[in-house]
Design a protein around this ligand. Sequence first.
Ligand SMILES: Nc1ncnc2c1ncn2[C@@H]1O[C@H](COP(=O)(O)OP(=O)(O)OP(=O)(O)O)[C@@H](O)[C@H]1O
Ligand SMILES: [Mg+2]
Length: 309
Amino acid sequence: MHTVAVLSLKGGVGKTTVALGIASAALRRGTRTLVADLDPQGNATASLDPPYTDATLAEVLETPHRAVLQRAIAPSVWSDELDVLVGSEELEQLNEPGPDGRRLENLSRALDELYRSPTRGEPYELVVLDCPPSLGRLTKSALVAADSAILVTEPTMYAVAGAQRALEAIQQVRDEHNPDLKAIGVLVNRLRVRSHEHQFRIAELRESFGHLVMPTAIPDRLAIQQAQGACSPIHEWNSPGAQEIALTFNMVLAKILRSNRAGRHRVLDAGQRHGEDENVSGEITAAPENSETEVETTGPIPRVRSANS
Ligand SMILES: Nc1ncnc2c1ncn2[C@@H]1O[C@H](COP(=O)(O)OP(=O)(O)OP(=O)(O)O)[C@@H](O)[C@H]1O
Ligand SMILES: [Mg+2]
């Protein structure tokens, strides 16, 4: 089981969109996945639209026991193969830093419990943690529980500073709680390829973080909002724009699954995992690399050296 946290310090940059995109790619690939909604706004829960549960992640974080998990997890409207650990407004009260450091570990405990004793069918191969827009206790709990983290940013003026602070937070959690936590990379969202401003900001990000900036960005596309509004996985949204974005999320998922840690809780043996990774790469190279739109929207982030163009 591999757990990935999707975070940014800033609100509205696309954390939930990326968490849902990864879940959509996982569903398409047949990877059994749980999305845990750590955001009191509950946007991931709203998009995945599970049936009513009589407990939520808030109760799980108070009491990380199997019986509570069982009451807080439900299948998403997307598929029985994609479950939701339901978020709720009550999470807000758990975001304040408190004297009880032990609670930071409770999400990690809950995921341990889920791995040892799955609540719905087979164990999950992937857990995606959709974080709230702050570095409070909820995001820290996610980093304590995660094997890897993806930072989401828009290509705007404050991107470098925001990513820097988020990377420092990852480093701090790594030093204090979770030495194996890995930063998968900085994923740029809402890219407009023809915008010089965006290209300049990406160059800034690359200068500061080098290869940590992921080689593909998510373009700004209405299809994302339409698919979310219709509670549909982006992989099933029938428009050329959506399909290009879906390919980008396949690449992001492949990168997560290839990250050199198998996860604290291994479901597959090494041979199986190796075979599966090859399979994922196979799918990705099948992407229409030469398509003009593909290059425009989901191709490599352009390297731009100056702002005055
Ligand atoms: N690449 C994109 N193209 C078009 N719209 C997008 C894109 N990414 C995100 N959006 C839209 O922007 C809004 C904010 O995105 P999202 O909810 O994913 O951000 P967030 O970081 O999770 O926000 P919050 O911090 O409030 O949790 C949503 O309406 C979403 O549909
Ligand atoms: Mg969100």
